[in-house]
Design a protein around this ligand. Sequence first.
Ligand code: GDP
Length: 164
Amino acid sequence: EAEEEIDFFFPKQQTLAIIKPDSMDEHREEILGEIRAGGFSISRLKETVLSRDTAEEFYREHRDKPFFSQLVDFMCSGPCMLLVLTKENAVEEWRSMMGPTDPGLAQVAAPGSLRARFALDILHNSLHGSSNQEHAQEKIHFLFGDIITSDRDLTSNGELDPTS
Ligand code: GDP
């Protein structure tokens, strides 16, 4: 019951994280460890190779950018890990753990961040994180097909929900 009261004052938030293809082989386990150590619950997890259509739709906000086709090629180039992370203030906290888009900048501005440590360059930058709550819900729905509406869907210890 004490926990319910805490949740009332500090409601949990969800964000979408993706371990991109460049980090899947060498850094996945360390990244998952950092996510758990950072106090996030992993509410959903799916390893998948994105189709071109899915990647194009996922990044449709960037369709007019010069790097769009490179970005889609990269995101389809191998397996990704899709994660729904839950925590108070999850959107902002995950963005802050990832660090800036460009790892060159990340190494200067946020040297402890995951992109500073693992990203190769501005395209192959290891991770995705939603930029706001609305995007998070939209993209979670797009990639997982449902929206988690209740903490009952979560396991308390940050392990996978065996029913998902
Ligand atoms: P994010 O929110 O930090 O992921 O950054 P954006 O939403 O601006 O960009 C989406 C993704 O496109 C980034 O994570 C990179 O993989 C890629 N990207 C962003 N900016 C550039 C760029 O200037 N050049 C290239 N090649 N890729 C970029």
